[in-house]
Design a protein around this ligand. Structure first.
Ligand SMILES: *Cc1c(COP(=O)(O)O)cnc(C)c1O
Length: 235
């Protein structure tokens, strides 16, 4: 997909924002408490530009090379980039040039490598730990019970700024199953907040996609990663 009808794109975005707001209100919060991350892995750089111009300034990409390409092509726009897919260690350096949040930190090994690369440029990188909440074998991430033991190690890293947790509901599961998984991730975050002390601000919960973002928000998501519903009826 490379060119959209602007009015349909704007309608889709408005409709998703409205659904985000309703779910936020249902959980006693406001729309501004939830970041809508538009996942652009389905569309090219030109269509991505249209999405930003329609008002979606937080974007997520799952492949490093695509993020680099779009990061370069959209440099003139105000975009906050979120890396949401697997990151190989040899791609860290370039990815850090463009990325504001790394959601897919799935091992301590990767975090150590990120810390080392970021330290060279003396910058802090906002990272979320990806947690395998569905228990599906194919999903990457920390097992829930591995998260608490990892925190003291991460706290020693000088350039990794851990800001929260990320998870995906089970693809095979129904909405009740996913709600349960999202709730467990929130409870895990709360348990971590209680145990890390003041110098780690764990505030972000990245969970919810097109098919379940409202349930995720009701369970406390602060970031939702939404792709396909934004691009319905377009082309
Ligand atoms: C593709 C993707 C999304 C968005 O999924 P949709 O169902 O298209 O909304 C969210 N998170 C991750 C990690 C993804 O890879």
């Amino acid at each position: 997909m490379s060119q959209f009808a602007d009015d349909v794109l704007q309608e889709n975005l408005a409709s998703v924002r409205q659904r985000v707001e309703q779910a936020a209100v249902k959980s006693g919060r406001q729309a501004c408490d939830v970041r809508l991350i538009g996942v652009t892995k389905y569309i090219d750089a030109q269509a991505t530009r249209q999405l930003v111009q329609a008002g979606c300034h937080c974007l997520g990409e799952s492949r490093p090379q695509v993020l680099w390409e779009k990061g370069e092509k959209l440099q003139d726009l105000d975009v906050e980039w979120h890396m949401i897919g697997p990151l190989q260690r040899n791609k860290i350096r370039k990815t850090l040039l463009f990325t504001h949040y790394l959601h897919s930190c799935d091992s301590l090994k990767l975090l150590h490598a990120i810390d080392a690369v970021a330290a060279e440029t003396q910058r802090q990188v906002k990272c979320l730990l990806q947690v395998n909440i569905s228990g599906e074998a194919a999903k990457q991430g920390f097992r829930p019970e591995e998260v608490a033991p990892a925190l003291p190690v991460i706290r020693e890293m000088r350039s990794v700024q851990l800001v929260g947790l990320m998870g995906m509901g089970s693809l095979a599961g129904d909405l009740d199953t996913r709600r349960h998984e999202f709730r467990q991730l929130r409870q895990l975050l709360e348990a971590c907040q209680g145990s890390v002390g003041d110098n780690l601000q764990l505030t972000e919960l990245s969970m919810g996609m097109s098919s379940d973002f409202e349930v995720a928000i009701e369970e406390g998501a602060t970031m939702v990663r939404v792709g396909s519903v934004l691009f319905d009826r377009l082309r």
